[in-house]
Design a protein around this ligand. Structure first.
Ligand SMILES: Cc1cc2nc3c(=O)[nH]c(=O)nc-3n(C[C@H](O)[C@H](O)[C@H](O)COP(=O)(O)OP(=O)(O)OC[C@H]3O[C@@H](n4cnc5c(N)ncnc54)[C@H](O)[C@@H]3O)c2cc1C
Length: 382
């Protein structure tokens, strides 16, 4: 096994880690890509790629879409608390992938850009050096990006815990096998409390799940069963679960010379649960921060550059958390539902957000124009 000195070590080779490794390797850094799993490996996920995610993917991986089985949907429907909010007419497409295929393709592209392969092994992090001790020897580098997922062992080592149990989300999923060519793509806000449900048709079946703020969902299994009943699914399917950061992000994404990216930094949309787009983008931004700091021989400045670069993502997540209160507080909910259902342009704004063409700030402005003033006063009143 090759061990030794690198410019950057990336721990975790999901979308955040692979994007980071590829971006840094393309910029000429010597990169080690470490993951406890060998690829292809499974990852519990709806596998919904919004336009926002595809835009980041295309820029980082230099091709419009990965060369893997994909389902594409141009029409989809939103429901909220059982009520139909109207269709995603003229919606930018959403692509549906299996993470097993997608992540393996990302890792292959990171390695082909020059990153060295240390997948299939776990190590012990020495945050002071920084370095990681693998079974075959020590890897060291002036900077480490940890993209080791929602349960991030790195975040746990740096901060004592990977996430705050009061604010973390949790999601359950089933895979329904069979032909999904006629299955509609739908998202149901409120299928879990302070959360949502999804039905995503894929090339080999349908992924159905519910997720929401864990502290508000004492019985997530019941929420999943309720959602399966709504969709008319009566098969006995194996259920899998995983935490989801759901807006609970770290405002300082790392410590010292260790930067956190993707789920490890808590970068998941608190309304839609979308995390792949922010994972790709934050991995790229962490790599660019490393490139900038190393070019100036100032690795200690990388975290500052990275935090600055993440500001727009953090601002969007904060705004989404406010909007989530409008959707889920019982007294504000009717105003949200009728505002969203009546306003084609508001729905259009939301679809543009999923396409990566606008940000939550614009949605907030659109809602402020259309929603009765009392909702905003109530919201500000807490
Ligand atoms: C049920 C569910 C459904 C979801 N649906 C969607 C969706 O439809 N669309 C969407 O955009 N997002 C969705 N998400 C969110 C999305 O899955 C995540 O935001 C995304 O995977 C984050 O990517 P990441 O690279 O940060 O982490 P991950 O994809 O989790 O990758 C982390 C990597 O780190 C590795 N690792 C962990 N520990 C170690 C260690 N000690 N040493 C080395 N490597 C380690 C793991 O093996 C893994 O490969 C969903 C999440 C859940 C739970």
């Amino acid at each position: 096994m090759t061990t030794g000195k690198f410019d950057l070590i990336v721990i975790g080779a999901g979308p955040a880690g692979a994007a980071c490794a590829r971006t840094a390797a393309k910029a000429g850094l010597a990169v080690a890509l470490v993951d406890k799993k060998r690829f292809p490996r499974d990852k519990l996920c709806g596998g919904g790629l919004t336009g926002r995610a595809v835009g980041h993917y295309a820029r980082i991986f230099d091709r419009p879409l990965p060369d893997i089985p994909l389902t594409r949907r141009d029409r989809f429907r939103f429901f909220a608390f059982g009520e139909d909010l109207g269709g995603g007419e003229e919606a930018p497409p959403i692509h549906l992938i299996m993470r097993r295929d997608f992540d393996a393709a990302l890792v292959a592209d990171a390695l082909s850009a020059g990153a060295q392969d240390f997948t299939g092994q776990t190590g012990t992090l020495d945050p002071k050096e920084p370095a990681i001790d693998l079974p075959g020897g020590r890897l060291s580098a002036p900077l480490i990006v940890a993209a080791d997922g929602v349960n991030s062992p790195t975040a746990r080592q740096l901060f004592g815990e990977a996430f705050d149990r009061e604010r973390i989300g949790f999601a359950l999923e089933v895979e329904q096998p069979g032909d999904a060519s006629e299955v509609p793509l739908r998202i149901d806000f409120g299928a879990a409390d302070w959360g949502y449900g999804w039905q995503f048709p894929k090339t080999c079946g349908t992924t159905i799940g519910v997720g929401g703020v864990m502290a508000r969902n004492a019985d997530m299994k019941a929420a999943l069963q309720g959602y399966l009943d709504t969709l008319g699914v009566d098969e006995d399917l194996p259920v899998k679960g995983q935490f989801l950061p759901f807006g609970d992000f770290r405002s300082t994404p790392g410590a010292g010379r260790i930067l956190l990216a993707g789920d490890a930094a808590g970068l998941v949309d608190p309304i839609t649960g979308e995390g792949i787009a922010h994972a790709l983008n934050s991995g790229e931004l962490a790599a660019l921060a490393a490139v900038q700091a190393l070019a100036a021989w100032q690795p200690d400045q990388a975290l500052r550059h990275y935090r600055h670069a993440l500001r727009p993502i953090h601002a969007g997540l904060r705004q989404a958390r406010i909007l989530r209160q409008l959707m889920f507080r019982e007294r504000l909910r009717p105003a949200f539902i009728s505002g969203f259902r009546r306003s084609r342009s508001l729905r259009g704004e939301y679809l543009r957000l999923l396409a990566g063409e606008t940000e939550y700030g614009e949605i907030m402005r659109a809602m402020a124009l259309r929603m009765p003033g009392f909702a905003w006063r109530a919201l500000r009143g807490g």
